[in-house]
Structures are given as C-alpha cells and as structure tokens.
Design a protein around this ligand. Structure first.
Ligand code: SAH
Ligand code: SF4
Ligand code: F3S
Length: 467
C-alpha cells in the first residue's frame, strides 16, 4: 500500500550559490551506508553539488558514519579532528567548507556531535537524507542543522524522486535497499536504535528501481536490508509476498543476470526463500547468514531467539535445496559471560558448517544496549585470544574453499579492468574476485572460465569453453 505523496520539487536548474560546488562523501559501515551515500550524492547533484573523490576539492564534506562498534564511532571523531584543521586553514584563505555527519552516529548522538566537534555544520540521520539539500542550504546560511527525526517510510517515498535525479554512471553491479530497520533487538546491537523498526519498500518501487538499474547496464543486483529476509509486501495480485517471490519477479527483468541479498536473520529464512535457492538460477549460491555464537547460553543472552541446533538444521535445509551454496557468517567473541566452553561451542559450530567467508568481531559494549549493562564483561586479553583462534580457523576454511575451486569451470561476471594492463576482474558466483585476461570479454559480460589458481584474496582463471 503506497501512501499518496507530494511530488518532490524538482528544480529546473541548480539554485544559485551551489552551482559548481563539490561534495565528498566518505562512507563507513555496512552496504546500506554505501547505498545511502550514493543517494545523498544523487540528491545533492540535483542541487548543484557535483561529486568528487578528492576531499581537498570539496566544499561540502559528508561523513556517512557507523555506530556498530566503539572503534567505528571513534573513527568519526578522529576524522572530524582532521577536518576541523582543514576547515580552519581554508577559512583563513577565505574559502568556506561545510562539514556534515550522516548515518548511524548522527542518529545515535545527534547534537552531541556538534557539542564535541563544533566544526560540524550539519548532522543528518539515515532516514532524513531526502531533506539533505535543504539542510545544506540552511547550514550555508550559518545555521547549525540537526535532522534526526525519522520515519523510514518518508525516506522510501522520496527515493524514486531522488533516483530520477541520479546523474552518476554506475558499474555492472548495484545495491538496492528493499528493507530497512530491525525489530530483533539482539542485546549487543545498536541497529534497532539507529535505523528504527523494520520497514519494507513496496514491490512497485523496488521493481521500478531494478528496471532503471538494468537499463543503465547493471547485470547483478544485491538486495539490501538489515533483515532483508524479513522483507514482505503486497504483490501485484494482492497476495502477500516474501523475499522469495520478490526475487522471482526481479529475475524476470531483462538484463538482470544475477541476484543476491544481504543480510539475513536465521529466524526469517522461510520455505519460499529456501525454494528460491533451489529453483531460481539467477539467485547466486552464496548466503550471508550470521549466527554470532555457537553456544545456546550465549545465544539466549544475546536474544537471538534461535539455538545452535536450529541454525545447523536450517543450513541443512538450505544445502539440500542448493548443494553448492557457500555460507558466510558473522561472529562475536567475548559477549558478557562467555566462557571457554561457550567459545569452544562456537568453534565446533564453525567446523560443522564450514564457511567460505566470515566476519568476526570482539564484543564492543554499546551505550543504550542491554549487553553493555551485563555483569561478567570479558577482558580484552581473552577477547583477543579468542578472536585470533576463531579467525585462524575461519581463514583456513576460506582458503580451503578457494583451493577447492581450482580446476573448476564457472561463469564470471566481468566487473572492471584489472590492476595490471591486459586484465579484467570478474566476480564468481560465490562472490570472489577472479582475475582473467581481458580478451575474455567486455565489462558486463558473463563469460565461461576455468579457475587455474587460488591467491590469498582472489582467484585466477583462463578463458573457458562454453558448456
Ligand atoms: N542485521 C545483521 C547484522 C548487523 S551488524 C544481522 O542481524 O545479522 C553486523 C555485525 O556486526 C553483526 O552481525 C555482529 O556480528 C556485529 N556486531 C553488532 N554489534 C556488535 C557489537 N556491539 N560488538 C561487536 N560486534 C557487533
Ligand atoms: Fe542487530 Fe540483531 Fe537486528 Fe541484526 S538482527 S541488526 S544483529 S539487532
Ligand atoms: Fe553501522 Fe549503521 Fe550499518 S551502525 S553497520 S552503518 S546500520
């Protein structure tokens, strides 16, 4: 159901004052921030701010920030320290620089950011970037602007208008946000507070955006959401669709050859989605499905609302549907109360699943989350030791997975030129970068190759014979 929405005013020409100015956006955090950064650049481009990759050229510097762990948030403040200096130096030379903080730190800390870093002119939360252009105009007038009141629906309503204004050329792969926010409230996590509750974008909007991407030459789309598999919406026939049905619909779009989605919660993997992994060739055989811990005691304390056995059973069902699927996951070590035995349970789970790829973190207590107030916080030394062990295991599994592909024939989507002349970089179905000779084909082609060698971060391939 779409609410009636006022048309975004679309200026015929860039308003005077911002014409010729440049914006530099620095992105921290997850893929949703990458997507949001592009939309922010789109919104500002229509207002006369051209994008630049060079910070020194920019009149407006936007940091799109992440609050997930303390380190992520601290990075923002050290960046702001450096920016203050730049701003002061430029002011002496008579040149104005605006500094904006967007994203999850903006949402979590609001005006506190300006109090701590007075060089900041503008604080804008992740659900308000459709108001970015007007916020920038106000900031240019000397006002300190804080926009953090959010309604994700507003943002979704304005996305199509922002996209129509898009001027940036894209590559052959793209992100598309279909769902935002989280109602799960894992006790370690800030996301439900920074991104709000779960909201799904309507089917028509998603299909229209995917079609526009396909027309621009995109071959592979990754659907994004904090809980992307919780996405649901009314299909054209009026019935309630889940992510599985949506994927089938998107696969019909001419030009779209590959689909992926991230990040999923184990509790929202329904039968239709698992069936899509079996029946939809366009859906790539790679799934990021975080489990966080292999200990039921810790999973309970984390409020994950599934056990280790639930997760393993789920993976069995997914693998029965798509035997060549590669699994990826997220892990936290040192959640409060985690004992050696709990940690060993996690190691055991990893051995049982075997991951092709994974991300692992030391628990970082976040202000406002229940985990931060728990007793029995684990010492840094123990966290370090556990993380090292866990990462060693995961990296052995990752190398073994890459090595298992040597000699295999597969399809590559050619994405970009390689670092060396004469090379192209393609993407395997399992998300690995693969280096191949440029005679393999043009960027955007899907070509047959045979893997010849597994390096530490990428695979190498020779041009193969079509099956
Ligand atoms: N919505 C996704 C994950 C979002 S955050 C999901 O539910 O899977 C990405 C990852 O950061 C999480 O999976 C978790 O492993 C990690 N993470 C989140 N909060 C953390 C914290 N306080 N300390 C350490 N790692 C954390
Ligand atoms: Fe955070 Fe848990 Fe929500 Fe993922 S499911 S975003 S880890 S609260
Ligand atoms: Fe970070 Fe916000 Fe993403 S906290 S991980 S940028 S949702």
């Amino acid at each position: 159901m779409e609410r009636a929405h006022p048309q975004m005013p679309e200026p015929a020409a860039a308003p005077s004052g911002s014409a010729g100015k440049k914006v530099f956006v620095k992105t921290y955090g997850c893929q949703m921030n990458v997507y949001d950064s592009q939309r922010m650049a789109d919104a500002l481009a229509a207002d006369g701010y051209g994008p630049t990759e060079i910070m020194e050229e920019a009149d407006l510097i936007l940091l799109n920030t992440c609050h997930i762990r303390e380190k992520a948030a601290e990075k923002v403040y050290s960046a702001l320290g450096r920016l203050r200096q730049l701003k002061e130096e430029r002011a002496l030379a008579g040149r104005e620089t605006l500094i904006g903080v967007a994203g999850c730190v903006a949402q979590a800390e609001g005006e506190e950011i300006i109090r701590r870093s007075p060089a900041v002119d503008l604080v804008i939360g992740p659900q308000t970037y459709h108001r970015l252009a007007s916020a920038v105009t106000r900031a240019r007038g000397g006002e300190k602007v804080v926009e953090t009141e959010y309604a994700i629906e507003d943002k979704f309503e304005h996305l199509p208008a922002l996209q129509r204004k898009a001027v940036r050329a894209r590559g052959v792969t793209a992100f598309l946000t279909v769902q935002e926010g989280c109602d799960k409230f894992c006790t370690f996590c800030v996301v439900p507070y920074t991104r709000g509750s779960e909201v799904s974008r309507p089917v028509v909007q998603i299909v229209a955006e995917a079609e526009r991407l396909a027309e621009a030459g995109v071959r592979e789309i990754t659907l994004l959401g904090q809980n992307v598999n919780a996405w649901h919406g009314a299909g054209p026939d009026g019935s309630e669709w889940g992510l599985g049905q949506l994927l089938f619909r998107l696969a019909e779009i001419p030009g779209i050859a590959r689909l992926r989605y991230t990040t999923s919660h184990p509790r929202d993997m329904d039968d239709a989605l698992i069936a899509a992994h079996r029946d939809l060739g366009t859906l790539m055989p790679y799934l990021h499905l975080p489990v966080q811990s292999g200990s039921d005691r810790i999973l309970k304390a984390m409020n994950r609302r599934h056990t280790a056995a639930d997760y393993l059973r789920l993976i069995d069902r997914i693998r029965a549907a798509r035997p060549d699927i590669a699994m990826s996951g997220d892990f936290i070590v040192g959640f409060p109360g985690e004992t050696d035995a709990d940690f060993e349970d996690t190691m055991r789970l990893i051995k049982e699943v075997t991951y092709a790829q994974a991300f692992s973190f030391k628990y970082s207590p976040r202000p406002g989350t229940p985990g931060a107030d728990l007793e029995f916080q684990v010492s840094e030394a123990v966290k370090d030791e556990r993380l090292q062990k866990l990462q060693a295991l995961l990296s052995r599994q990752q190398s073994a997975f890459a090595a298992s592909l040597v000699g295999r024939d597969m399809e590559l989507l050619l994405e970009k030129p390689g670092r060396m002349p004469g090379q192209r970089v393609g993407r395997s179905p399992w998300l690995q970068p693969v280096i191949v000779d440029e005679t393999a084909g043009e960027i955007g082609d899907i070509v047959n190759v045979r893997i010849t060698q597994a390096g530490s971060n990428s695979l190498f391939a020779e041009i193969g014979v079509p099956a």
